[in-house]
Design a protein around this ligand. Structure first.
Ligand code: NAP
Length: 489
């Protein structure tokens, strides 16, 4: 276990040890463990159990065993478990935030925000669990009646990334519980601790054994593929990169699994000449710097009207320059990147942009510290053929390009395989609607740099994914629609 304060050590030590299968904590079948690191110190925090295919089979058996009785529970009971889960998350907010900061690096204030965001998915789906509706209708010829019903899809496999260790889990676990599905969750290798803690909390909230099973592993392919092909799992809900999402779509074909995919993004951030620049700079800070720039929703390409570009760039650079970089536990504004590979990727993208003519207004280098720190960066004069225009930066780097014409900027914004979110700053209502309708993304932030909300349908189009999480439609992803047909007699 690493250095760190006594409080930090205590929070890490309080995470349950082992895999969580069938309501029990147990070591991996083969006895292996792997290391979890604090990215702000580049040092080991602790080890966790390393599942393999045998553990996956045990988790599948536990999820299968629990499915029938879980599906038969009263919606109100499932709702109340979620409600208790929501309350416990809020009660334990400080402990969970510290744990998340230690394993992922984000500033404590943002980790506290994520705990609240994560808890809200439980509150929202506690409310949805008791509103699963059906229907009764006459056939067009009047002779038959149809009774339309919903039922849980069955055991589900949930796979989450490292950037939001808790919220990406509750966004899937919440609707799965509400719908009556049992589940296996595989958190990211770099941030498994928050999920292990969450399993403990949900048990305390009353979740029956076998409903939630947690597999931590350093061998995701070896654990996930047999689950995808094994015949127990009926649906996959995945959040992560488009590359892994594509692989899992292929694997889903064998058992014809339902899939929900929240994949990568390449968000355009457009500032028109009639924008309120105060709002635009504020929005840019949020859309770029939330989660140290390591978010699928991060503004990846900033298109600013030529007439306001200099002022916008200077103001953004001044704000970025004023941010403190350091350990998230020490009150810094900006924490470390997740690992050395993540930082190397940012180095390479910035070097490529500079080589193609970009000017660095601030940053453009590593920041001091033992961990994987990178200085908040603003670049202007970025060439459209720079690598960062087509790849997720996943770091605190804001590339600015200029435009003049509305159609030109819409075409540039849509010129990507991704389609998760776009941001649009204008005070002209007609332009706001006109441009919004033409932007090819699942979500749009209008004069706003953060769109995520459990009550809204989050998700992308094109290579950014399939399906929606949250909102009224979020629970449908975990339900099958069936109907019964009968003659009136
Ligand atoms: P990733 O490499 O695709 O990993 C995501 C999850 O998939 C992890 O749990 C990972 O396990 C697992 N995985 C990796 N290889 C696998 C395989 N062969 N079979 C099955 N599972 C496998 O993505 P990441 O780097 O963790 O996360 C960043 C990406 O997630 C970015 O592209 C970001 O845009 C996207 N993201 C999207 C959303 C959204 O809502 N659209 C939200 C957050 C993040 P390991 O950790 O062991 O590799």
């Amino acid at each position: 276990m690493s250095a760190g304060t006594e409080q930090e050590r205590a929070v890490v030590a309080a995470v349950p040890d082992g895999l969580f299968i069938g309501g029990e904590w147990r070591p991996a079948a083969a006895g292996g463990v792997f290391s979890v690191e604090d990215p702000s110190l580049a040092r080991e925090l602790r080890t966790v159990a390393d599942a393999d295919a045998d553990d996956a089979a045990a988790a599948a058996a536990a999820a299968a065993d629990a499915q029938e009785s879980w599906a038969a529970t009263a919606p109100r009971e499932r709702s109340e478990i979620l409600r208790r889960g929501y309350e416990l998350l809020i009660e334990r907010r400080e402990e969970l935030a510290l744990l998340m900061t230690l394993e992922m690096g984000k500033p404590l204030a943002e980790a506290r925000g994520e705990v609240m965001y994560a808890a809200e998915f439980f509150r929202w789906f506690a409310e949805e669990a008791v509103r699963i509706e059906g229907g009764y209708q006459a056939s067009p010829d009047g002779k038959d009646r149809f009774v339309v019903m919903k039922r849980p899809v069955g055991p589900v496999l949930l796979i989450t990334p490292w950037n939001f260790p808790l919220a990406m889990g509750t966004r899937k676990i919440g609707p799965a519980i509400a719908a009556g599905c049992t589940m296996i969750i595989k958190p990211a290798e770099q941030t498994p601790l928050s999920m292990l803690k969450l399993a403990e909390i949900l048990t305390e909230a009353g979740l029956p054994a076998g409903v939630l099973n947690v597999l931590t592993t350093s061998r995701p392919g070896e654990v996930v593929e047999p689950l995808m092909r094994g015949g127990v799992i009926r649906k996959l809900s995945f959040t992560g990169s488009t590359a892994v999402g594509r692989l899992l779509i292929e694997q889903s074909a064998e058992q014809v699994l339902r899939v929900s995919l929240e994949l990568g993004g390449n968000a355009p951030f457009i500032v028109f000449d009639d924008a309120d620049l105060d709002k635009a700079v504020e929005g840019a800070m949020a859309a770029k710097m939330r989660n140290i720039g390591e978010a699928c929703t991060a503004a990846n390409r900033m298109y600013v009207h030529a007439s306001v570009a200099d002022e916008f760039a200077e103001r953004l650079a001044a704000r970025m320059d004023a941010l403190t970089v350091g350990r998230g536990t020490d009150g810094a504004d900006v924490g470390p990147l997740i690992d050395e590979a993540g930082r190397t990727k940012v180095d390479e993208l910035v070097a490529d942009a500079v080589q193609r003519g970009a000017k660095v207004l601030t940053g453009g280098r590593h920041a001091e510290g033992e961990g994987y720190f990178y200085a908040p960066t603003v670049m202007t004069g970025v060439s459209p053929d720079s690598a960062l225009m087509s790849q997720e930066i996943f770091g605190p780097v804001a590339p600015i390009l200029t435009f003049i014409d509305e159609d030109e900027v819409i075409a540039a914004a849509n010129d990507t395989e991704y389609g998760l979110v776009s941001y649009l700053f204008t005070e002209n209502l007609h332009r706001a609607f006109r441009v919004s309708e033409k932007l090819d993304t699942g979500m749009i932030g209008l004069n706003k740099g953060v769109v995520s909300n459990p009550a809204a349908p989050f998700g992308g189009v094109k290579a950014s994914g399939l399906g929606r999480e949250g909102g009224r439609v979020g629970i449908d992803e975990f339900l099958e629609t069936r109907y019964l047909a009968m003659p009136l007699g």
